[in-house]
Write a protein that binds this ligand. Structure first.
Ligand SMILES: Nc1nc2c(ncn2[C@@H]2O[C@H](COP(=O)(O)OP(=O)(O)OP(=O)(O)O)[C@@H](O)[C@H]2O)c(=O)[nH]1
Length: 360
């Protein structure tokens, strides 16, 4: 007798630009009983992945990180292999998965990822949820093609940071969202609407891909097979990721000073800071977050994540970067000695004292 093919797992693609609020929403989703049993795949650009530590798996689901590369550029079955590993790990633990949530990196082009899901023998696309940050969305959508594609493929737009935007969607942002995703449902990312998000997120994939084709001016046929990252393969040219690490505990003022100078000096070129900090006055790790010019007040994790000893590890994502500048600035505040490094007091008076920083 012929064996029945196993049923494919529903896959939710959770996307949105850098710092939009994907992980924040994901944690809310996983805390909802309707999503217990979900497995999670998180993908970050760059060699250090911190999202795995920030995703709370209260529901007991499995989390797998895909660091060291962008899911949309990885191709070649990388997502399928990760899905297989996740499913297997859940089986071994005796808790088979009911669905999988894939959180993309903030700069991901969603099209190749949708292509991989479309070809998967393990998963089937259930919905695309795109987080739109109302505080920064207008600039982000104006400047970044990745952000426009993320919105264009959405079944549901999850609107975050509404309180930072005075509770309103600006006229320009509204016009762009209408143009890019006229058919997408909309929900507030912080309302208690998780089940209804799923109820509204069921537009046809063909419709979604046609919309993307019209937005990005690509041929509108068979995207599953033809779209890959090359049309947007500029991550390495456009964005730079700097990883800052030290095991020396930081004085809270030093960290604050570093972030202030970084934000003040880089201005619009600073896209994201994310990481954990080991402060002199705390045993727990501080979560450090900045999105564009906005430093979010820090919360603490209860304890250091497995495999990460007390240390400060920050990922800084910028538009353009000249090697050494951000490292030098960090070194000046953390007291790492180097011949051409100014001290923190001089920097706070004059941040442009970092060699080369003024012309960044
Ligand atoms: N005020 C406010 N802050 C928010 C909201 N949603 C997220 N944040 C904050 O925004 C920052 C970034 O949120 P994340 O959930 O880490 O964003 P992300 O999209 O996962 O970030 P990347 O994975 O780096 O792209 C954090 O400091 C969050 O606490 C919101 O609705 N309101």
């Amino acid at each position: 007798m012929k064996e029945e093919a196993p049923e494919k797992l529903p896959v939710i693609l959770l996307t949105g630009f850098l710092g939009a609020g994907k992980t924040t929403f994901l944690n809310r989703l996983l805390a909802d009983p309707a999503f217990s049993g979900s497995g999670v795949i998180v993908n970050e650009f760059g060699d250090v992945s911190l999202d795995g530590s920030l995703v709370e798996t209260a529901a007991g689901g499995a989390v797998l990180e895909m660091a060291g590369g962008c899911l949309c550029c990885a191709g070649g079955g990388a997502l399928e292999q990760t899905l297989a590993d996740l499913i297997e790990a859940a089986k071994v633990r005796g808790r088979p998965l009911t669905r999988v949530v894939v959180e993309t990196s903030g700069m991901a082009d969603p099209l190749p990822i949708l292509g991989e899901i479309g070809l998967s023998s393990l998963g089937r696309l259930e919905a695309v949820l795109t987080v739109v940050d109302l505080a920064h969305g207008e600039r982000t959508l104006a400047e970044f093609e990745e952000a426009r594609r993320q919105v264009a493929v959405a079944d549901c737009l999850l609107l975050s940071k509404s309180e930072l935007a005075g509770g309103m969607i600006g006229n320009d942002l509204e016009a762009v969202l209408k143009h890019l995703a006229p058919q997408a449902a909309r929900q507030s990312a912080d309302a208690d609407v998780l089940s209804s998000v799923m109820a509204v997120a069921h537009h046809s994939e063909h419709l979604r891909l046609d919309v993307v084709a019209s937005v990005s001016g690509e041929a509108g046929h068979d995207h599953h097979h033809h779209v890959n990252c090359h049309s947007l393969h500029r991550h390495r040219d456009t964005y730079a990721t700097t990883v800052l690490q030290t095991e020396r505990p930081l004085a809270p003022m030093a960290l604050q000073g570093f972030l202030e100078v970084l934000v003040g000096t880089l201005g619009d070129r600073l896209l994201r800071v994310k990481g954990l900090a080991h402060l002199t006055n705390e045993d727990r790790p501080l979560i450090v977050q900045a999105v564009q010019g906005m430093v979010h007040s820090g919360e603490y994790l209860a304890k250091w994540p497995a495999g990460i000893g007390p240390q400060t590890a920050l990922v800084v994502i910028t538009q353009g970067h000249r090697a050494g500048e951000i490292e030098n600035l960090f070194g000046a505040f953390t007291g790492e000695i180097a011949a051409d490094r100014p001290d923190a007091a001089a920097l706070t008076d004059n941040p442009l004292a970092v060699p080369g920083f003024s012309s960044f």
